[in-house]
Design a protein around this ligand. Structure first.
Ligand SMILES: NC(=O)c1ccc[n+]([C@@H]2O[C@H](COP(=O)([O-])OP(=O)(O)OC[C@H]3O[C@@H](n4cnc5c(N)ncnc54)[C@H](O)[C@@H]3O)[C@@H](O)[C@H]2O)c1
Length: 256
């Protein structure tokens, strides 16, 4: 799908990989809605982005909140054909803590609820609207992307919740692409390795260097712009569908 002129939604668009994706989409001429639960930061990014952009306060786990955000974005830009699901949270919790106590179940539920169920919630509400649109000249109606993680495949100590949530996105990519084939909507997932977003950039420099050195090539953190480039390529390459793409410099995470 040609990006120029299309209305696009980016969850988690207020920071990190989502912000870079929102900026790249705008650079390529999309009308971008920045969806994030951090409304103030979403406003700031939308204002800075150049081109056509609007900010929508949105909690992806809350159907009313998503519906309101989709309505607001559609009123500003028309119906969206591109959904970039980038919002997510991290977590680290051993199943049996150093104190011998079981990990709190609420932590597992919270991570799966945001990363997996929130992603599905966005996808289903977007897809139902997109399916009603007329197909473009190339036969497509829409395209969406999920953001998993290499932790879906090689999760580290303490990453059960995070890996389960990202593994869930990986697992649902193909069946969702199959479901949505009849509606001419493509679905792909990117599984990033280690990227220079606020999360990692807040770590001490020595830790950042050692993380970067663990990447075979190039031995540096990924740039959010590299994620954004792939996200936009998935939109433009009409034959990419039902696939999970690792973007990790050949990184395979060690147990810890
Ligand atoms: N940075 C990395 O190295 C890396 C690696 C692998 C995967 N990822 C994944 O990429 C995505 C983006 O990560 P990032 O590093 O840019 O993080 P980030 O913290 O910089 O950005 C995440 C954004 O998501 C938003 N968000 C969180 N929960 C939300 C909710 N319920 N509803 C709406 N918005 C919500 C946050 O407010 C934030 O703006 C996440 O899904 C993360 O798991 C990141």
């Amino acid at each position: 799908m040609k990006i120029e002129g299309q209305a696009a939604l980016v969850t988690g668009g207020a920071s990190g990989l989502g912000e870079a994706t929102a900026r790249e989409l705008a650079r390529l001429g999309a009308k971008v809605a920045v969806l994030d639960r951090n409304a103030a930061l979403a406003e700031k990014v939308a204002a800075e982005i150049g081109g056509v952009a609007c900010a929508c306060a949105c909690d992806i786990t809350d159907t009313d909140s998503v519906t309101a955000a989709l309505d607001k974005a559609a009123a500003a830009h028309g119906p969206a054909r591109i959904l970039m699901n980038v919002a997510g949270i991290g977590s680290a919790k051993r199943i049996v803590g150093k104190d011998g106590n079981p990990a709190p179940l609420e932590d597992f539920v919270r991570v799966v609820n945001i990363n997996l169920i929130g992603g599905y919630n966005m996808a289903r509400l977007f897809a139902a609207r997109c399916a009603k649109l007329d197909a473009l000249d190339n036969g497509e109606k829409g395209v969406m992307l999920f953001t998993a993680s290499v932790a879906a495949f090689d999760g580290q100590v303490g990453q059960q919740a995070y890996s389960a949530s990202k593994g869930g996105l990986v697992g649902m990519t193909l069946p969702m692409a199959r479901d949505l084939a009849q509606h001419a909507i493509r679905v792909c997932t990117v599984a990033p390795g280690l990227f220079a977003t606020p999360l990692l950039l807040e770590l001490p420099e020595a830790v950042q260097h050692s993380l970067a050195a663990s990447i075979p090539f190039p031995p540096r953190l990924g740039q959010p712009s590299e994620f954004a480039e792939l996200a936009c390529h998935i939109v433009t390459n009409g034959h990419l569908n039902g696939e999970v793409i690792r973007l990790d410099g050949a990184l395979r995470m060690a147990p810890r």
